[in-house]
Design a binder for this molecule. Structure first.
Ligand code: TYD
Ligand code: MG
Length: 449
C-alpha cells in the first residue's frame, strides 16, 4: 500500500510546508501549522468543454434576482447572480445568520430555498425565525455537516437558493483533516463552487473570521468564490455595515447599512442622516467630513481628544480610522504646523462605530486634533474634505462634487476643499467654498471665528 503523505498547512494564511514550523514564514503567526493528509489529485475523466463564441451565448431569463433587500442588492451589484458563490464573513455574533435568514424570507415566498446550518439545530433556527417574523413558505431547513449528504439533498429538492452556515462546520469524508481546517474548507468550497456552476443554483456561504479579522481558512476561499462580503460593525453599536470586498459581478466597496434591533436587521436607506443625528457639532475636537463608500457619499464626524500625557510615553489611539494615518498626521502637525504633541495623549475616533480608510478624511482628522489641542471649536456649518501629503500639502480627492452636494443637502453651509478640486465644483456657489493648498491654510480657515 502506498505510504500516506502529509504536509503542514498554516491555518491562518494557507502556507504549506513539508515539516512543522513554529512560525509561519508567510503571515508570521506562531504555532499555526497543522498536519494534514495529502490527497492524490483526482484525474478528471469526463468530456472536455469546447470553446463557445461570445455572441452565440444567449442569456436565458433574468440573470439576476432581487434579494428583497435594497441594501443587500446594492452590495451584490444588483441582485443574486445565477450559479454564483457568495461568501459572507464577519465576527461571531455580528448578525450573519440573521441577515441571511431575513434574506431568504422574501426569496422563499416564490422559490424553494434550502438553509443548511451546521451550527444550529432546526428548532433553534425556528425560534429565531419566529422572532424575526419569517413566514418561510418554501424554506427548507437542514441541520447537517456532511457535504455529501447536503449535496444529495440539493439534488433531491432542487432549490433555487442554498445557504450554508457556516463553511467551517461542513466536511468532506474524503479529506481526513478536521472540519474548519484549510484542506477541508478548500475542498468543501470548491465542491460547492462546482455544484453552483453546474446547477446554476446560487450558494451563500458564511465564513468565520480569525482574531486578526481575515476570513478563516482563509485567502484560499476568497480566490475561489465570486463575491466576498464582510459584515462588520461595533458590537456595542446597533449599526452594521455590509461591505463588498470582491465582486465578479459588480463594483466593490459598495456598502449596505443596517441597524440591529429586537426584530432583526433593519435597512438604513440614508446613513448620512443617521450619522448627522449623532453629531456633537460645535464642540472642540469634532469635525465633519464626507467620505465615499462606493457610489454613496457619507457624512461622518471625526472626533479627537488631545490631553496632556500623564506617563512618559504618550498614548495614541485610533478607533474607526487608520492608526498609521493618525501617526502620520501628527508628524505633519509637528513639522509643518509647529503643533508639538509629543507630551500629549491623542485619541481619534469616528462617531457611530463606523470605519473609514479613505485618505479624504485626513483634513478633518488633522483639524479635529488641532481643534482639540487649541480647545477651539469649528463652526458646525463647516465641513472639511481633503487628503494630506507628507509635505503638508492638501491633495485633491475623487468625486468631490458628489461629496459637496451631499454636505449641502444635509445643511452644511461652507466646505473647505482642496484648491485643485475647485475646477470640478463650478456648479456650486463660490461663497460656499474655500479652496486650500496646505495644512496651515486649512487650519487657519477652519479654526478662525
Ligand atoms: P447572529 O446572526 O447569530 O450572528 P452570527 O451568525 O454572525 O454569529 O446574530 C446574533 C446577534 O444578533 C446576537 O448577539 C443577538 C443579536 N440579535 C438581535 O439583537 N436581534 C435579533 O432579532 C436577532 C435575531 C439577533
Ligand atoms: Mg451564525
Amino acid at each position: 500500500m502506498a505510504k500516506t503523505k502529509s504536509h503542514f498547512i498554516c491555518q491562518h494564511c494557507g502556507q504549506e510546508s513539508l515539516k512543522w514550523l513554529g512560525r509561519c514564514p508567510g503571515c508570521e503567526s506562531w504555532n499555526s501549522f497543522v498536519e494534514e493528509i495529502v490527497r492524490e489529485a483526482v484525474q478528471s475523466s469526463g468530456v472536455a468543454n469546447s470553446p463557445v463564441l461570445l455572441n452565440s451565448i444567449a442569456l436565458t431569463d433574468e440573470a439576476r434576482t432581487s434579494t428583497g433587500s435594497f441594501e443587500l442588492d446594492r452590495v451584490l451589484g444588483g441582485g443574486i447572480v445565477k450559479g454564483s458563490l457568495v461568501l459572507i464573513g464577519g465576527d461571531p455574533g455580528i448578525g450573519k445568520s440573521t441577515l441571511l435568514l431575513q434574506m431568504v424570507d422574501s426569496a422563499s415566498r416564490n422559490d424553494l430555498v434550502l438553509y443548511v446550518s451546521g451550527e444550529e439545530s432546526v428548532n433553534q433556527i425556528k425560534l429565531r425565525a419566529d422572532r424575526l417574523n419569517i413566514s418561510g413558505g418554501k424554506l427548507f431547513l437542514l441541520s447537517e455537516t456532511n457535504l455529501t449528504h447536503i449535496a444529495d439533498i440539493i439534488n433531491q429538492i432542487k432549490p433555487k437558493l442554498v445557504i450554508v452556515d457556516s463553511i467551517q462546520t461542513v466536511y468532506c469524508e474524503d479529506v481526513q483533516s478536521a472540519p474548519g481546517s484549510v484542506s477541508q474548507v478548500r475542498e468543501c468550497a470548491s465542491r460547492l463552487m462546482r455544484m453552483a456552476k453546474e446547477s446554476e443554483i446560487p450558494v451563500f456561504l458564511v465564513g468565520h473570521v480569525t482574531k486578526e479579522g481575515a476570513l478563516a481558512g482563509p485567502r484560499v476561499l476568497e480566490h475561489m468564490v465570486d463575491t466576498v462580503l464582510y459584515f462588520e460593525g461595533d458590537r456595542n453599536h446597533t449599526y452594521r455595515i455590509l461591505r463588498s470586498v470582491k465582486n465578479r459581478f459588480g463594483a466593490t466597496n459598495e456598502i449596505g447599512v443596517f441597524a440591529m434591533g429586537g426584530n432583526g436587521l433593519k435597512e438604513i436607506a440614508n446613513p448620512s442622516e443617521l450619522f448627522m443625528s449623532m453629531r456633537s457639532g460645535g464642540t472642540a475636537g469634532a469635525v465633519s467630513t464626507c467620505t465615499m463608500e462606493g457610489t454613496r457619499p457619507l457624512v461622518v464626524e471625526v472626533q479627537s481628544l488631545v490631553s496632556s500625557a500623564t506617563f512618559g510615553t504618550p498614548r495614541r489611539m485610533a478607533t474607526g480610522v487608520d492608526y498609521n494615518r493618525v501617526s502620520m498626521l501628527l508628524a505633519v502637525l509637528d513639522k509643518r504646523v509647529g503643533l508639538h504633541l509629543s507630551q500629549h495623549d491623542v485619541f481619534a475616533n469616528l462617531a457611530g462605530g463606523f470605519r473609514v480608510e479613505e485618505p479624504a478624511i485626513d483634513l478633518a482628522l488633522i483639524a479635529a486634533i488641532a481643534s482639540s489641542f487649541r480647545d477651539k471649536s469649528i463652526l458646525p456649518g463647516k465641513i472639511l474634505i481633503g487628503e494630506i501629503g507628507l509635505t503638508g500639502e492638501v491633495r485633491g480627492v475623487s468625486q468631490i462634487e458628489t461629496r459637496v452636494k451631499e454636505a449641502f443637502k444635509l445643511g452644511f453651509t461652507q466646505c473647505i476643499v482642496p484648491k485643485s478640486n475647485l475646477e470640478q465644483l463650478s456648479s456650486i456657489p463660490k461663497h460656499a467654498l474655500i479652496g486650500v493648498t496646505n495644512v496651515q491654510q486649512a487650519l487657519a480657515t477652519a479654526l478662525e471665528g
